[in-house]
Design a protein around this ligand. Structure first.
Ligand SMILES: *Cc1c(COP(=O)(O)O)cnc(C)c1O
Length: 453
């Protein structure tokens, strides 16, 4: 190590002074600066001059700042975008959440009696109604809902979960059904094949050690051709005859007919599945329901009540903010108000997108950019409805003064950040997933991307 080099190490205080106010908390800036200097201390041969160091620090701090959560404009055309926070809440739900968040509330106080009340009682009634269930309860997410169902039904000596090989799927983010089963203490009883599982396969597998029959909705892929699965109603009848609980992980959980809102297929609803005789279903709150992150367990009242008594339930229950938002979203459905942004976006006609697109294109006329409207397809996303391809319209940007990649980066670095996709030499922004109230901000962001030197 060379002592002469180390003497060139930037000093912490001098660095902090030179940086000035970078819009981040001072302790965070200080820690970042100290880390950077410590790294330089280990590689004294690469100590830069002070101005270069400050410039690098500014870049690093700006990059750090961009990792803070911030609203973005979703121009990807993917309605339920996992990386962009899945479903945006309706304004009404967001308002309810804010008012519950910033006040005391009757979370566990019964205002009728002045006594301790039941947490989420009203919500649970509403959830049961929209799910067509005797009872329902919300938990942290659909993964926890499934784990709770399994942990409740899987017992010593009755640990087998019967599941078709065609349903041993990966949902995403490393969430694999077989792993969840094993982690919940279950023994897998795989039946059938990838493409074909018959009622007889189920019947032959049921025995004294059966804990439950599990069906997992193929929400993020599809197989066609030589395929067979028993009808849910037939399987439910078999389960009932044999006294075996029958549960289905529905995942996406649309509670309305998706085909009424846009050119997409029908997604099975909890009400349909339960009417077919399934004992319990679970689904996500922030996929097709369009609510906050949650998992809903719905079905037979005795099973839901017993699951709520599981010690694990306490660990996976929702907090008051989620409960408030879910209550608002569920109420909206019950009132027949389908003002969930997801459904609004799904049902927006192409002409409406075109009118907005033309207005935006006109406002970009003064920029060195070719802005046109292009045809595209939006997707539902979020690991749901993999066949969905909703005709949509994109704002196609071909900059003349910079590369497409540079424009994409500048838009992503903007305030608010705009996230689109690059295809056919253009940066494309799908207008279906841009809220109309964001059109002005989008136009400004494209201008701003050109203003910077
Ligand atoms: C998405 C999904 C899950 C996981 O739901 P989270 O709410 O993300 O926990 C589980 N099962 C199926 C079938 C899904 O589609």
């Amino acid at each position: 190590m060379n002592k002469g080099d180390l003497s060139k190490l930037p000093a912490v205080e001098k660095t902090m002074h030179a940086l000035g106010d970078v819009g981040l908390p001072r302790p965070l800036v200080l820690a970042t600066v100290r880390d950077a200097i410590a790294t330089l201390r280990e590689t004294p041969e690469s100590i830069p001059d002070f101005d270069t160091f400050i410039a690098t620090m500014r870049q690093d701090l700006a990059a750090l700042q961009r990792t803070q959560m911030t609203p973005v404009i979703n121009g990807t055309g993917v309605l339920i975008h996992t990386n962009l926070g899945r479903s945006p809440l309706p304004e009404s739900a967001a308002e309810r959440l804010v008012s519950i968040a910033s006040n005391y509330s009757n979370l566990e106080l019964d205002l009728n009696t002045g006594e301790r009340g039941r947490r989420g009682g009203y919500l649970e009634r509403c959830l049961a109604l929209v799910s067509g269930a005797d009872a329902a309860t919300p938990v942290n997410n659909c993964a926890s809902a499934l784990v709770l169902i399994l942990r409740h039904l899987v017992r010593d000596g009755r640990g087998e979960v019967i599941i078709s090989r065609g349903q041993l799927v990966e949902i995403g983010g490393g969430f694999r059904i077989p792993d969840i089963l094993l982690a919940s203490g279950a023994t897998l009883r795989e039946i059938g094949t990838t493409n074909k599982t018959t009622l007889a396969d189920y019947e032959n597998a049921i025995g004294a050690s059966t804990a439950l029959i599990l069906k997992v909705h193929q929400s993020n892929f599809y197989i066609g051709g030589f395929v067979e699965n028993p009808a849910t109603a037939d399987l439910a009848a078999l389960a009932k005859r044999q006294g075996v609980p029958f549960c289905e992980d529905l995942g996406s959980g649309a509670v309305v007919n998706t085909e009424d809102f846009g050119p997409v297929e029908h997604e099975p609803t909890p009400a349909e599945i339960l009417a077919a005789g399934v004992d319990l279903v679970c689904f996500s709150g922030d996929k097709l329901l369009g609510g906050p992150q949650a998992g809903i367990i719905a079905g037979r009242a005795d099973l839901v009540a017993a699951i709520k008594k599981e010690p694990f339930y306490r660990a996976l229950r929702c907090d008051k903010l989620i409960l408030s938002a879910l209550e608002a979203v569920t109420s909206a459905y019950l009132e027949g108000r389908h003002d969930v942004p997801l459904l609004t976006m799904l049902s927006t006609p192409l002409e409406a997108l075109r009118a907005r697109g033309q207005a935006i294109v006109e406002q970009l006329a003064d920029l060195p950019i070719a802005a046109t409207l292009g045809e595209s397809e939006s997707r539902i996303g979020g690991g749901t409805m993999p066949k969905s391809a909703i005709p949509s319209l994109t704002l196609d940007l071909k900059p003349q003064s910079m590369s497409v990649g540079k424009l994409a980066r500048r838009l992503r670095f903007g305030a608010p950040p705009v996230v689109g996709y690059t295809a056919d030499g253009s940066h494309r922004i799908d207008l279906r997933t841009v809220f109309p109230r964001q059109d002005q901000a989008l136009t400004k962001a494209i201008h701003a991307a050109h203003d910077k030197g």
